[in-house]
Design a protein around this ligand. Structure first.
Ligand code: MV4
Length: 508
């Protein structure tokens, strides 16, 4: 096993990886930018190296600085986490050339899956179901029109070098093709330095269901069930769960086997995720493969009992998979809420700042993967994900109940977060029924704005007056006027600990 691993990331995932290192007796080494000197992931490491200025293009993305840190500390591997350099084949090659392997698949596997048209044609040959479309780049809008006639409208134009929704256009009629083609190509050029586009048949109201896989270098591979990730906002996942309410054992087995065909086609090693679109008739189609550890990996850990980061280290160290497919047992239900430092009342704009107060939920079957602590300033330079809240239950209703409890306990003051937003999702009848699609958030917001309900919170005048007085007398933000839960206005005057505002003032 490795002795020392450099974690080329920050925030909650760097903390998560450091924990797996401790469990395996590996010394975790951090890197940090000037904005992250006091970050939690730095505190949790045995050593930490400054790699540059706050913008990630000047720190967390600079090969040379990261490799220099790895060499200086004598690391024998680099874990890239997710985002940043995790799916950069040139970084994987640079690590290998420096003799410090990047934990993950080979540069060739990353490159194949990063090119959507190449991946599609490789998988078509293996018999993996892919969305009907073209398996090479289109040369012109005219060619797109010819191909789209064969596929049938509506179609989607997608960037060959893309993923995650950039450079993607829905084209409903032939008259729109030329304009959409130019727009998508220029967006792709800007985002990926490659304007190449291809076409797919449009799948209406799909679910996003992804299969977690593990593969060792000896050709053994297993799938670890699925994650339902349909609840997204602007291609950013918000809430994930495992299993998916849409799957049964038969569909799970068929999707799992398709995912393992992808593994073989890519000669894939380490942990990976095969994304599928699942249509309303339960047909599934390969979408893309993520060649990294994913944000939402904990829900799979909860239902399988595995530590995926530990498995990543073992595979990278040349060990064999110890589980066979028949040893994989899925048990219970897990949910994950992504806690973002953003303001749901102001178009979900990022809300960086100092965390004035933090109380994380605890108790039975609750897991918090957090990258922050009370008193720390969330920098504005990075992704606003500050923590993930995961709950487990014997079944879906129990996991939901525990999530409601945990959300109710969570206190984050000083910055805006999307915490309260989850209360409403978790009580939504469509969510409760498991009727999900990639349009869920959009339709949910529509339902909320149509509803004739009273405003959720109308504090009375005395509470407002007390809050204003309180604010003027202390550095504590007027967070106490926010109910602990919606519609629990009687909690308003009670700060944590149950001390009333009046008593608190009297004791000063
Ligand atoms: C699609 C699709 C419908 N039909 N492809 C969005 C992100 C990118 N990874 C693929 N995406 C989609 N591709 C076809 N042929 C609908 C989406 C899509 C989507 C997919 C997964 C999760 C959320 C989504 C939100 C909007 C659109």
């Amino acid at each position: 096993m490795f002795r020392k691993v450099l974690i080329a990331n920050r925030g909650e995932i760097a903390v998560r990886i450091a924990r797996a290192c401790r469990d395996l007796g590996i010394s975790p080494i951090a890197i940090y930018s000037e904005a992250d000197r006091g970050a939690l992931h730095v505190r949790m490491a045995d050593e930490a190296y400054l790699v540059g200025a706050p913008p990630s293009s000047e720190s967390y993305l600079v090969f040379e600085n990261i490799l220099k840190a790895a060499q200086r500390c004598g690391a024998d591997a680099i874990h890239p986490g997710y985002g940043f350099l995790s799916e950069n084949p040139r970084f994987a090659e640079a690590c290998a050339a420096a003799g410090i392997p990047m934990i993950g698949p080979s540069a060739d596997s990353i490159r194949l899956m990063g090119n959507k048209t190449q991946a599609r044609s490789a998988l078509l040959q293996q018999g993996v179901p892919i969305v009907p479309g073209t398996d090479r780049a289109l040369d012109s809008p005219q060619e797109a029109i010819v191909e789209a006639r064969a596929i049938g409208y509506p179609v989607m134009l997608k960037a060959a070098a893309g993923g995650g929704g950039k450079g993607m256009r829905l084209v409903e009629t032939e008259s729109r093709m030329a304009a959409s083609f130019e727009a998508a190509a220029s967006e792709a050029l800007r985002a990926f330095s490659d304007p190449a586009l291809y076409l797919e048949k449009f799948v209406a109201r799909p679910r996003h269901v992804e299969i977690q896989v593990l593969a060792d270098r000896y050709g053994n591979s297993i799938y670890l069930g699925e994650r339902e990730c349909s609840i997204q906002r602007r291609h950013q996942k918000v809430l994930e769960e495992s299993p998916s309410p849409a799957l049964d054992d038969d569909l799970r087995r068929r999707m799992g086997k398709a995912a393992l065909k992808v593994v073989r086609a890519a000669n894939y090693e380490n942990a990976g995720t095969v994304e599928f679109l699942l249509d309303e008739d339960k047909n599934f189609y390969f979408l893309e493969m993520n060649t990294r550890l994913q944000v939402e990996h904990p829900v799979t850990e909860m239902v399988t009992g595995l530590d995926l980061v530990r498995e990543q280290f073992r595979i990278a160290a040349g060990e064999r998979l110890t589980l066979r497919q028949r040893d994989v047992r899925l048990r219970g239900w897990a949910l994950e809420c992504r806690i973002y430092a953003e303001d749901p009342d102001n178009k979900f704009f990022p809300s960086p700042g100092v965390i004035q107060r933090l109380l994380e939920p605890q108790g039975p079957w609750v897991r918090v993967d957090s990258g922050v602590y009370e008193g720390w300033e969330v920098p504005f330079h990075y992704d606003p994900l500050i923590a993930k809240l995961i709950t487990f239950g014997a079944d879906r209703p129990q996991a939901i109940e525990r999530m409601k409890r945990a959300i109710g306990e969570y206190q984050i003051d000083g910055i805006k977060t999307n915490l309260r937003f989850f209360d409403r999702i978790l009580s939504d009848p469509e969510f409760e029924a498991g009727r999900l699609s990639t349009h869920f958030i959009e339709e949910f917001m529509q339902r909320a704005s149509n509803s004739t309900d009273q405003p959720a919170e109308v504090p009375d005048a005395a509470v407002v007056a007390a809050a204003l007085a309180y604010r003027d007398r202390s550095s504590t933000p007027p967070s106490i006027v926010r109910p602990l839960r919606n519609n629990r206005w009687k909690m308003n005057s009670r700060p944590v600990g149950g001390v009333s505002v009046k008593k608190w003032r009297a004791s000063r």
